[in-house]
Structures are given as structure tokens and as C-alpha cells.
Design a protein around this ligand. Sequence first.
Ligand SMILES: NC(=O)c1ccc[n+]([C@@H]2O[C@H](COP(=O)([O-])OP(=O)(O)OC[C@H]3O[C@@H](n4cnc5c(N)ncnc54)[C@H](O)[C@@H]3O)[C@@H](O)[C@H]2O)c1
Length: 325
Amino acid sequence: MTILITGVAGFIGSNLADALIGQTGISIIGIDNFDDFYPRSIKQENLAGLLTRSNFRFIEGDIRDTAAIDSIFQDNKIDIVIHLAAKAGVRPSMENPLNYISSNVEGTTNLLESMRRHGVNKMVFASSSSVYGENEKIPFSETDAIDRIISIYAATKLSGEKITKVYHDVYGFSIVNLRFFTVYGERQRPDLAIHKFFKSILSGEPITVYGDGSTSRDYTYVKDIVSGIIASKNYVLQHDHCYEVMNLGNNDPVKLSDLISHIEQVTGRKARLEHKPIPTGDVPRTYADISKAQQLLGYSPTTHIGEGLRAFFTWYEQTQLTKSK
Ligand SMILES: NC(=O)c1ccc[n+]([C@@H]2O[C@H](COP(=O)([O-])OP(=O)(O)OC[C@H]3O[C@@H](n4cnc5c(N)ncnc54)[C@H](O)[C@@H]3O)[C@@H](O)[C@H]2O)c1
């Protein structure tokens, strides 16, 4: 079976490809444009192990490039697309909305159109918990009304859910849309809070805390997310003409102030805090109801925040060591 993974050089994409590449009978084609949201060198490092594998092929390319995407489907028999490529990040989407719409909405549509032209109709799409916006009902459930979005990033992800629905309804595509809840762990993006907090605390810099520390996130360890993506891939392959939206979270929100205490424990250092107002687009809380993914996918996250943070710390220290050599 051949799987196309978009955004393969990124945080989640490279962890997913690493988990799949050893499975018997699987070939992976990965595409990534090394978007400049964070340094290319980090993404190249994410790909290093994969590039040594004979059943992995990397294409540097943009999901908005129709000719490039068409030639992937022309030259290969792709069984399923796991579409993770996107401009990520809530705050920067408010500064540069058009870039987000271009990659996340136009790019997704370009990919779906190319799939349609080449008779490929199975996709797992990375949506986001940010579509719940300022939803007050907790935990967030897939049946909740989505009418309180407060960022362009979230709007692009909801557009992806809606556009894939059209491809399902009109062209018979099989789709699972996954709403990821704040993913963390090895290779986490440098713009995300946990990565920034470790960096600051270890270099003796103050940690910037938005708000009074009472905001909370349903932090989900990347290997748990990867197991949910793989289960979704299997679900789509086994269910013709399905369309599902599912939360992949941890169902165990952590307050920002508690997250900092956990990081202090893991690093053995005391954090200095610098409070700033909550930026536009940031939601007060996320909290996933994961019963649907549990039921349909057998999804069952097992990693406690302390354990996941220790795994991140080990990875972080190793990368710092490699850099200093
Ligand atoms: N990390 C999280 O907490 C989180 C939460 C919710 C949703 N998501 C979604 O999961 C997916 C993966 O996120 P991530 O954290 O690994 O981000 P990431 O930025 O590390 O990975 C995304 C990858 O997509 C690539 N990309 C961007 N635009 C592209 C384009 N036009 N063509 C080809 N490649 C392109 C980037 O270069 C990057 O390597 C994204 O769709 C993101 O929106 C992530």
C-alpha cells in the first residue's frame, strides 16, 4: 500500500512517517515545501532517518502546485492521502490571513481536485481543536455547534472540514477529519508553548505567560496522536464512503500554571514568569471529549503529561548536544 503524507517534514508528519515506515507492505511518499514558519534545517533533521529507508520517497513541493501534485498521482498508485500540510499557528494567522488561506484552503482544494482527477478518494485530514473557539460547553464534543471561532487559522481548518464534506457528498470520497488538541512531544514545533518554555527555563530567561495562568489545554502526546492517525487511516481504508469528524485529545486538560510546575519538576529549575495579556485568537480552554474516537477507532491516549514532558526533555537535550558538537 502507498500512502501520500503531506507536511511530512513537520512535527506530526515526521513522527507519523517514522511510525509507519517499519510496517510491512507500506510505502510512503511524503511532500513538504519547507514552509518558512520555522527553520528548514529543523525539518530536514526531522526527515533524516526516513531518507535512509528504501520504502520512503520525499518530494520537495507545494500542495498548491497543481502540476507537481498531479504528477505524484500520475506516477504512483496512491491508496490514501494523510493531509497534514498546513500553515500552523493561531497567532500568526491573525497577522497574515491570506498566507493561511492560500496554503490551508486553496492548497487543500488543489490536493482534493487532483485526487478526484486521478481516482484517489480516501483522505485523513488534520483539523484542529481551535474550531471550537470560545465554546463554553466542556468537554468539547463533535456534536457541539461550531459558531465561536476566533482565529483565521481555525477558519481555515473548518473550511477544510467543509470542503472535504463536499468531496464526500458529491464525489463519494471517504474522509476522516481529526481535530487534534495541542500536540506536544519529540520534535514539537519551536513556536509552541511547551517548546518555548523549556528553552526559556533552561537558558535562564523568563517564561512569557499569557494571562494569569488559568487558561488550560488538553495537551496530547504526539505518539498518542500518531496512533489515532494510523487508526483513522485503517478506518478510512475499511469504510467506503465514510465521513467522520473526530477529536483526538487527551481528555485531561492542564492549567497553564500547572504545566509550568510540571516543567519545573522535569528540568529541576525554577521558572521566572513574565505575564502578558492574552493575544487575539487564543482561546481560554480546550478539553476533548474523545468518546467517539474511542468507539470508532479504539483510540486510547495513555501518556500522562509528566511522562510526555520527560520524553520531550530527553529529545530536547539530545538536539542541543548535537547542535553544540
Ligand atoms: N501541533 C499541534 O498542536 C496541532 C494542533 C491542531 C492541528 N494541527 C495540524 O496538524 C498538522 C501538522 O501540524 P504540525 O504541528 O506538525 O505543524 P508543522 O508546521 O510542523 O508541519 C506542517 C508541515 O506542512 C508543511 N507545509 C506548509 N504549507 C505547505 C504547503 N503549501 N505545501 C506543502 N507543505 C506545506 C510545512 O513545511 C510543515 O513541515 C497541521 O495541519 C496543523 O494545522 C496541529
